[in-house]
Design a protein around this ligand. Structure first.
Ligand code: ASP
Length: 357
């Protein structure tokens, strides 16, 4: 039994240790206007200045066009939440983007189903999963957040809610995506094909190198001029998935997590892997404990490797994170994950560093 005297003696011994480890974990504070000391800077990554606002970052090359939509709001002093909603609506409306919104690749039954969620830094959030016939899943997610006592609506209920809220009913299956699905039906082999030139993957699966990828997501996180954070995440999910399959993108803490105190994170890639580790919640909580956004993204990717060392070699997952002070992190399992950054002085797409070379 630990008596009071022993307990006090122990705590006197451990207190300096606890203090020391907290000290080690603490992030070096950088003067306003100076560059971040983090590893991203040394790898040809964006040099965002400490405390620079507003900032918006998002997944993949198509994030650049989406960032422009967000920037229109942010540059005029608008709210982060309005900015990310406006931003991701751009790829949602693009029929040539086959992994988000209109024109998304369908499930194995030929139905386009959308997953999305939105969150601010105070814990306000909403999402829809397996939504059909409505292009702007992100705006439906926002209505769930603002007009219901719930966080997540799924399937027919989500679609019914969207129509009741006045969203137009549309056919999301474009001729191009329908043709791709019909081609897929010839083999009906479910296989995530990542947006990457990954030699090992192509060797193992026999897929054409650089062949058309069949999943991606727009995940976007932003800091507005007042320092508030917001995030949005929207996708048509994995092409030819089982009917009813839901990925990480509409799940708060998996595809997206935002906290004004600690930072924001979003993800893309095989959602099952992200859900297994509560990916973006993990990233944000690591930042809260003192990790840089970059170190936090790297730890989340390593966790995926630990949980499935073999599995992780053949699939893609990427994380993006931003601290409340505007430091950026980006890391993926495989080479080929890109992300777009928009600030007052930067408007560029960067390749993210990766776990596997
Ligand atoms: N995360 C998405 C999903 O699993 C797909 C992707 O981002 O590639 O549905």
């Amino acid at each position: 039994m630990l008596n009071r005297r022993k307990f006090l003696a122990l705590s006197t011994l451990t207190a300096p240790l606890a203090l020391a480890s907290r000290h080690l974990m603490a992030r070096p504070l950088t003067e306003k206007g100076k560059m971040w000391p983090g590893s991203l800077k040394t790898q040809g990554q964006p040099s965002v200045k400490f405390g620079e606002k507003p900032i918006v970052i998002s997944t993949w090359d198509f994030g650049q066009a989406a960032n422009e939509g967000a920037w229109k709001v942010l540059s005029q002093g608008g709210h982060a939440l309005d900015a990310v909603e406006a931003g991701v609506k751009i790829p949602e409306a693009d029929p040539n983007n086959q992994s988000v919104g209109m024109g998304g690749l369908p499930d194995r039954d030929g139905k386009v189903t959308l997953d999305a969620c939105i969150m601010d830094g105070m814990g306000n959030c909403g999402g829809v999963a397996a939504l059909e016939h409505v292009v702007h899943a992100i705006s439906v997610a926002r209505k769930v957040m603002e007009n219901t006592p719930h966080v997540l609506l799924v399937g027919q209920g989500a679609t019914q809610f969207a129509l009741e809220q006045g969203f137009p009913k549309e056919n999301l299956l474009t001729p191009k995506s329908e043709a791709a699905w019909k081609e897929w039906l010839k083999t009906s082999h479910y296989q995530p094909v990542m947006n990457v030139e990954n030699q090992l993957y192509h060797k193992q699966t026999g897929d054409m190198p650089g062949g058309p990828n069949n999943h991606d997501t727009i995940g976007m996180i932003a800091i507005d001029a007042s320092g508030k954070l917001g995030g949005a995440c929207t996708t048509s999910g994995m092409a030819y998935k089982l009917r009813g399959r839901v990925g990480d993108s509409p799940i708060i803490g998996a595809g997206l997590f935002v906290d004004d105190e600690a930072g924001a994170a979003t993800s893309t890639g095989v959602g099952e892997e992200v859900i297994r580790i509560c990916g973006t919640h993990l990233v944000v909580e690591l930042m809260r404990q003192g990790r840089s956004p970059q170190a936090a993204c790297e730890e989340a990717v390593k966790r995926i490797v630990q949980k499935g060392p073999e599995r992780s070699k053949t699939l893609q997952v990427g994380f993006l994170a931003i601290s409340p002070q505007g430091e950026i992190g980006a890391y993926a399992l495989q080479k080929g994950f890109t992300y777009a950054v928009r600030t007052g002085s930067i408007n560029q797409v960067y390749p993210a560093p990766s776990y596997y070379a």
